[in-house]
Write a protein that binds this ligand. Sequence first.
Ligand code: NAP
Length: 483
Amino acid sequence: MSQVEWVREHAYIGGSWVHPRGDILEVEDPATEKVMGSVRSATAADAAMAVDAARTVSAAWGATTPAYRMGALRDLSAALRDRSDLLVDTLVGEVGTPVALARSSHVGQALTVLDSYAELLETFAFEERLENTRVLREPAGVVAAITPWNYPLYQLLAKVAPALAAGCTVVAKPAELTPLSAFIVADAAEAIGLPPGVFNLVPGPGVEVGELLATHPGVDVVSFTGSTQVGRRVAAMAADTVKRVCLELGGKSASIVLPGADMEQAVSATVANVMVNSGQTCAAWARLLVPQSQIDQALAAAEAVANRHFVGDPRHEGTDLGPVISAGQRRTVLNYIEQAVADGANLVCGGIERPDGLSVGHYVRPTVLSGVSPQSRIAQEEVFGPVLVVLTYTGVDEAVDLANGTSYGLAGAVWGADDEQAFAAAARLRTGRVDVNDAAWNPAAPFGGYKQSGNGRELGRWGIEEFLETKAVQLPGIGSGAR
Ligand code: NAP
């Protein structure tokens, strides 16, 4: 692998590679703790230039036909597939994600989402008739896509694909820790001849580039994925220009095992879910809720499954858990574990010691904790690491209350003796997505949060609607005449 792709001196603005005026940002490989590449940061002025470039072509791109945009998305997908090995290598390096997961999830699912928008354009209704009114769904304009580091390619494409499909132009700002995969998207956009200005890439710090995008009057929609804390700030900053802000934020999701469910299957799936990407998944089932009478069985199963997860070099095919993203994130995760144990939690497995044989890299042991109060920090706050908290309940009402008892509402799972029993509990959860009895991922189904997990919906037709305005054109003819 040539490391040239990992040293990027230019931002992609208006179809050109422009030399930005910010500092060099080094990108660390969290497995080796060595610098693997770098980008030159954009400044606020560079980001403003990107907004201007996106604005300039906004009307022309918005006027293209859905069939034309479908062709562009298909070309982009093919160009990214041509680069899939490079994408996998880059994501393993910048995120520290195991190579098998990088292939299947970071790249595979991201391209599935991209393809799903090309397909949706075959049938999506940009106009509907309502008696004497033609209701037009028009592109909202310029979209700022601000993305996090945990699934950098997926998060970017989950915004870029529906935005382009809607007829919007995009200015993308990737996370500082993981900017490199976004450059491969810019390379692909250039290679397919996407019209200049339709997709722009400005790496740089959130406090400079992100804030410019959130406040700029030339941005019509900010699509933000990240922490609740920063999302709140982005929404406040965007309020002055009354732009639309779509927030995809954090979570502390619950997996409820109902009486009569297959405990081994439920625990196994829940542990696997929370450990994926070293626990750095917004929708992770970070709380396991089991009947009080079955706690011993649940803990034994959770310990056995967690200990089967192999922690190590993300470049090895058999690795289940790579490192977490940074030294700072590792410290945060270890602090949560330490505090929980100091407060009396039972450490079922894992803990703060380094995994055996791993003296370098930001590794954390798969950790299971029990015996904590549902109100404790470890049971309420998003840890964003490979940490599962097991809680108990005595009746289904209590299980539902516990599941709903955090400030978040992003995802969750319910395991029941049958699908009907599980569905009845799922319907009572204040959360944007619930999996019943090991359901399969559906890329056409909406994804987003209740409460402080956000207000947006990505994927499927809900994703495209985030980037559309609605216009009613009233025609002479039938109608009440009232205004
Ligand atoms: P973060 O710190 O909130 O950062 C997210 C993005 O916002 C980054 O690009 C960041 O840039 C930028 N940013 C930071 N400060 C900003 C500011 N003042 N104005 C504008 N932009 C700013 O989140 P993260 O640590 O990267 O990601 C982890 C979080 O994302 C977790 O809470 C996770 O649950 C959430 N997440 C949610 C979803 C979902 O779909 N709901 C999906 C994935 C992740 P810098 O990198 O330069 O700081």
